[in-house]
Ligand binder design. Sequence first.
Ligand code: UD1
Length: 428
Amino acid sequence: MAVVKTVADRKDNLDKILVKGGNPLVGKVTVSGAKNAVLPIIAASILAGSPVQIDDVPNLTDVDTICQVIASLGVAVARDGNTVKVDPAGLDTFEAPHELVSKMRASVVVMGALLARMGKARISHPGGCAIGSRPINWHLKGLEALGAQIRINHGYLEATAASLKGARIYLDFPSVGATENIMMAASMAKGTTIIENSAQEPEIVDLANFINEMGGKVRGAGTNVIRIEGVSHLNGAVHSIIPDRIEAGSYLVAAALTGGDVTVENVIIDHLKPVLAKLRESGVEVIEADTSLRVIRRSELKGIDFKTQVHPGFPTDLQAPMMALTTMARGTSIITETVFENRFMHVEELKRMGANIRIEGRTAIVDGVARLTGAQVKATDLRAGAALLAAALSAEGVTEIENTYHIDRGYENIVEKLQGLGAQISRA
Ligand code: UD1
């Protein structure tokens, strides 16, 4: 079985997006499976003793990368549309190479699963990235508590454990990736692991559900204490990925910013509460149905203040798109980033489009302007790219967004989906 690189194949090396702004978005758009759920779940599939099927997998370059990571371990991976089939029988390598980890730092989530299955993991050290130094000390501390010995050798993290043993682990901060890595390793450790101050994000719950579908014993996911009883063997399973709350939020924001009327389908409303609260506060009407949300903007936008926090607080991944919304809102908005140290890269680009923003430490102060104008801008990271798209769709004239490979890491068919809402948008 071969890994099908669907996104890379489709992209034809086009790395710019052109947007002619000014049209309100109108219509319906369907949200894809969650990127941040599927990446750890594909990594966790190597824990299984027999084949795994994962449905509702979005076609994203990050998904290509995690598939390549597990394929490089000897695991058979096949992609067909939105389904990924993994047969872990051939797992015979414990090394995740530099060229893949450097493409996507989330590859490091394969470490816990590799330790559990092989007793060894050798992973290129992920280093920093555009939004901060992003250390992985809490991942390593957790794996060490389970009995792993870890050293850094020639830029690689080398972990070994003759056997993993359950432990009580307190996380200094509820890190998503650390919680995932520990959950995977602990699911096949001897005895019980308790993760205190664990991350509570919906993607953690999806991973726990997947491990349990394979026969694991994970309880408490979605709260700040997760209890994992290790088992000696996990089976294959069939699992569907939850909808992407960040993709949903990005469309809601873009619809609101353009003064549109958009129904976003395939959402879990509970996952979006803080985002809906802020949209309503900014004067946007949000109508909730079972699995869809309709956003209508009939009046001027009002400035809002918000602070990013771990779930169930306002998600850092929607800070940039929501900031784009405030650039054209009446009055001043105060936005504080508490999760990442350097997540304001989009500010300079939004300013090129006429936004009035100043940064003081971890806070951005946005004074609303009457209009944005099209410009040449760069997507500096994934969510910065989504913010620029929302801004471009509402700006006067044409915006050319460069480095759109960042956007393809996390938004399935974004150009086609926006075209479906009436946007004048194309790749170039
Ligand atoms: C995940 C998400 C990312 C999201 C983030 C926070 C994936 C693939 N990515 O990233 O989209 O923005 O959660 O919701 O799921 N930290 C340390 N030491 C560690 C681990 C983290 O200092 O060992 C710091 C990070 O630098 C960051 C903060 O903790 O400042 C949060 O990181 P974490 O929750 O681990 O985020 P990721 O899992 O990297």
